[in-house]
Design a protein around this ligand. Structure first.
Ligand SMILES: Cc1cc2nc3c(=O)[nH]c(=O)nc-3n(C[C@H](O)[C@H](O)[C@H](O)COP(=O)(O)O)c2cc1C
Length: 412
């Protein structure tokens, strides 16, 4: 099925059905494998032995003592749900409107830097799967897939920048992103400096990438990744280059410069306001955890925020986004409130919607799904989660997911 035809069918059907259809069109090669995948966590378990330890750790790990990442999962346990019965839930919808687009589900794929180093062509594959299911895909500035190439695979893609604050560079970057056809500009703000990822260092994952004996052995003992993912990437693109940090040029993963690109500690609200001045479309600030920052974002003319602790990868011991969602919602006015970090289940999604979130982003599971089965894996993962949401909303008595509200929650 070509892209346009598959997209039309998706528009016509509900998401659980549509993503199932889209997945079937791709999934035959992986059918037996994917029968063993029953929830998003299964993708991580299956991906682990396929990846070198350093590459797996780069995706899976948190930071320092891993408190923030673990807390993200625990925060969902603080809430239990009250079902409502004998309502007609025979026709259910999880379609959700955001920034003028009606998405097939209330979740999208979070930006993940260097994804195509983890799995061959992962950015494009995740982007195509997201397009087929009509959910958002967010490309990271730190990716090796250029924005312009990605948009050819998903004309509705969003972009998440890490950028320097100099006004002429801001303007040039905004112009590049607009020219490429990106629909939503996300500014990631919780990386003023790179975080202290000790486990990455222990495993030999560093920027620039250095083929130490340990890392070389790690690669050689995972030939499927070495040839099928890393080798194919180098054949296609040469030495990977981080392509989307500035309007022109890129930084090779092997160059010394790459160690200094993460984080601009002089990027401030003034810089965000400058982006607002140049960018005409929806603007989203990603990585807020404080109600006060939500207020400043609103006053800066931002259209949306992502309440996020970066999946527990930045400040260890940072509060879980779900715990601060109500206080942030109270300050958000007309801004859309998105949330991420640790969402794995339909019930997680419904709890956040009930607490006032408008939309959810999810990272690691979709990248692990690309490792396991490429685009079909990502489509299957989207379909698994949307089916969970579909069952959960029926059990909660919610025909329309927009009716999720605080009355369905109790402290656990
Ligand atoms: C491998 C990896 C790379 C990431 N790179 C970026 C990035 O470049 N920009 C960004 O805004 N967030 C980045 N994040 C954070 C995600 O966008 C998201 O906030 C987080 O993964 C959500 O948590 P989850 O993975 O538990 O769903 C990255 C996350 C992972 C796992």
């Amino acid at each position: 099925m070509n892209d346009a035809a598959s997209h039309e069918r998706v528009q016509a059907a509900s998401l659980p059905e549509a993503s199932e259809q889209a997945y079937r069109s791709l999934g035959h090669r992986h059918e037996r494998l994917l029968k063993r995948v029953l929830d998003l966590g299964d993708y991580q378990r299956l991906a682990r032995p396929r990846l070198p330890r350093a590459v797996y750790g780069y995706v899976a790990n948190g930071v320092e003592a891993d408190v923030a990442r673990e807390d993200n999962r625990k925060s969902f346990q603080d809430w239990r749900m009250v079902t409502r019965v004998l309502r007609d839930v025979s026709r259910r919808s999880q379609a959700t409107e955001l920034f003028g687009h009606r998405y097939g589900a209330p979740f999208g794929i979070a930006p993940m830097g260097a994804a195509a180093v983890v799995a061959y062509d992962a950015d494009n594959r995740m982007a195509r799967a997201a397009a087929a299911a009509n959910i958002p895909f967010v490309l990271s500035a730190n990716s090796i897939t250029p924005i312009e190439e990605l948009v050819r695979n998903n004309p509705n893609a969003w972009f998440a920048s890490y950028q320097s604050p100099e006004p002429d560079k801001v303007q040039a970057m905004v112009e590049r992103v607009a020219r490429a056809g990106i629909k939503v500009y996300v500014v990631t703000v919780d990386v003023p400096v790179s975080s202290n990822r000790e486990d990455d260092k222990r495993a030999g994952y560093s920027m620039p990438l250095r083929p130490t004996p340990g890392l070389t052995w790690d690669g050689l003992t995972h030939p499927r990744w070495l040839i099928g993912d890393a080798g194919r990437t180098v054949l296609r693109r040469g030495i990977p280059v981080i392509s989307n940090l500035e309007a022109t040029g890129g930084v090779s993963l092997l160059s010394r410069e790459v160690a200094t690109i993460a984080g601009h500690s002089d990027f401030t609200w003034k810089s965000a306001e400058l982006i607002r001045k140049f960018w005409k479309g929806p603007l989203v600030i990603k990585g807020l955890l404080s109600g006060e920052d939500a207020r400043i974002a609103r006053e800066s003319g931002v259209d949306g925020i992502v309440v996020s602790n970066h999946g527990g990868r930045q400040l260890d011991g940072a509060v879980s986004p779900l715990d601060v969602l109500p206080e942030i919602k109270a300050q958000s006015g007309d801004m859309a409130v998105l949330i991420d970090s640790g969402f794995r289940r339909g019930t997680d999604v419904l709890k956040a919607l009930a607490l006032g979130a408008d939309f959810i982003l999810i990272g690691r599971p979709f990248l692990f799904a690309s490792v396991v089965a490429g685009e079909a894996g990502v489509q299957h993962a989207i379909s698994l989660l949307s089916k969970e949401i579909d069952i959960d909303q029926a059990l909660l008595g919610l025909a329309d997911i927009a009716d999720a509200g605080p009355d369905m929650l109790r402290k656990g």
